[in-house]
Design a protein around this ligand. Structure first.
Ligand code: FDA
Length: 307
C-alpha cells in the first residue's frame, strides 16, 4: 500500500526539498548511493571488482529541466569513463544511463538525448565497455527503444532495460531477443496505471518468468535484474533448459541490497553485476528504493525521529 504513495512523492518538488534537507537523510541514503563524487566511488569500484563482481555505474539524476543540465550529465559520465580508463577497469564496469537525464523530456528531447548519450557510448566503447539504457516511465519508452536501435547501428553491444510489469514487454522481448542484443529484465520501479501495467506482485512475477523464458530461449544476452530469490532460481533453471553456459547470461542487483547474494552467485561462477549509483541528485533513485520495501521507509522515519 505504501509503495504507490512513496512513488507519488518521488515526483513531488516539495517532498524533494523536505527530504533532501533532513539532517539524517544522508546516512540512510548512503546505503544505496555510496558516494557523491568520482573520488568517493573509485574505492568502491576497486573493492567490488577485487571481489570478482562486475559493475554498472549510474550517475544519479533524472527529469532535468535545462539543456545545460543534460550536457552536465554527459560530462559527468565522460569524466567517470576517463577514470575507469586510468584504472584499467573498462571491461568490468559498464554504464547505466537514464535518458531523462540527457534531456529526453525537453523540447526536441529525443534528438537532444541521442546527441548527448552518443559520446558516452563512444567513450565507453573506446575503453572496451558499453552502456545500458535504463527504462523509465512508460511514456518515455518508444523514444528510448528508438534511441537504442539507433545507437546499436554503430555500437551493437548497447543494452536496454525492459520492465515485466508492462503489458507491452512480452512483445518488446520477442523483438529484442536477437543475436548480439543485451537486455536487462527488471520488474519495474515506477508508478504505472492499470491500463498499461500489472498492479499485483503475483501478476508481475508471472510476467517476469514469461519474459525471462523468451529472453533465455532467444539469441541475445539476458541480464537478470532482480533480488527475488525465487526468480533467481527460476532463471538458473531456464538458462539450464536453454543450454546456456554461465557466461551466456548474467545476474544484476543493486548496490546495498542482498550483498551476500552478490558474492554467493559470483562464487558459484555466475557473472554478477552490481548496479552502483553515485552523485548528488539522488532523490528519485532513493525514493524508488524506499517504495520497493516498506521496511526501508520505517527505518528512514525512525532515524529521523530518533535524532
Ligand atoms: P522484489 O521487489 O520482490 O524484492 C525481492 C527481495 O529483494 C525483497 O524481498 C527484499 O529482500 C529485496 N529487496 C528488493 N528491493 C529492495 C530494497 N529497495 N531495499 C531492500 N531490499 C530490497 N527498474 C526500472 O523501472 N527501470 C530500470 O532501468 C531498472 N534498473 C534496474 C537495474 C538493476 C540491476 C536492478 C536490480 C533493478 C533495476 N530496477 C529498474 C528496479 C526494479 O524494477 C525493481 O524495482 C527492484 O529490482 C525490486 O524488485 P526485485 O526484482 O528485486 O523484487
Amino acid at each position: 500500500m505504501l509503495g504507490p504513495v512513496i512513488l507519488a512523492a518521488s515526483r513531488s518538488d516539495r517532498m524533494r526539498r523536505l527530504i533532501s534537507a533532513a539532517p539524517v537523510t544522508k546516512q540512510v541514503v548512503d546505503r544505496f548511493i555510496p558516494g557523491e563524487t568520482v573520488d568517493d566511488i573509485v574505492p568502491i569500484i576497486k573493492d567490488l571488482t577485487a571481489k570478482g563482481l562486475e559493475l554498472t555505474m549510474d550517475v544519479v539524476g533524472e527529469d532535468i529541466t535545462t539543456p545545460g543540465q543534460a550536457t552536465a550529465a554527459r560530462d559527468a559520465y565522460l569524466a567517470l569513463i576517463d577514470h575507469l580508463k586510468d584504472l584499467g577497469l573498462g571491461e568490468k564496469v559498464e554504464m547505466s544511463v537514464k535518458l531523462s537525464m540527457f534531456g529526453q523530456a525537453l523540447e526536441g528531447g529525443h534528438e537532444l538525448a541521442l546527441a548527448n548519450v552518443r559520446p558516452v557510448v563512444e567513450a565507453a566503447a573506446a575503453i572496451g565497455t558499453t552502456v545500458t539504457l535504463d527504462a523509465e516511465d512508460h511514456t518515455t519508452l518508444d523514444s528510448m527503444f528508438a534511441i537504442h536501435e539507433e545507437l546499436r547501428r554503430d555500437f551493437p553491444q548497447t543494452g536496454c532495460v525492459i520492465q515485466a510489469y508492462l503489458f507491452r514487454t512480452e512483445a518488446d522481448a520477442r523483438r529484442l531477443a536477437a543475436a548480439g542484443s543485451r537486455v536487462r529484465l527488471v520488474k519495474g520501479a515506477y508508478k504505472e496505471p492499470a491500463e498499461v501495467a500489472y498492479q499485483q506482485k503475483h501478476e508481475i512475477d508471472k510476467a517476469y518468468v514469461r519474459v525471462l523464458r523468451i529472453l533465455m530461449e532467444g539469441e541475445g544476452y539476458p541480464m537478470i535484474g532482480s533480488h527475488d530469490p525465487r526468480l533467481i532460481a527460476i532463471a538458473q533453471e531456464l538458462a539450464h533448459q536453454a543450454g546456456r553456459k554461465l557466461n551466456e547470461y548474467e545476474f544484476q542487483m543493486l548496490y546495498g541490497i542482498r550483498g551476500d547474494e552478490h558474492l554467493r552467485l559470483a562464487a558459484e561462477g555466475h557473472r554478477m553485476r552490481v548496479y552502483t549509483a553515485y552523485g548528488t541528485d539522488w532523490y528519485g533513485y532513493f525514493m524508488r528504493r524506499l517504495a520497493e520495501k516498506p521496511a526501508n521507509l520505517r527505518f528512514f522515519l525512525r532515524s529521523m525521529v530518533s535524532k
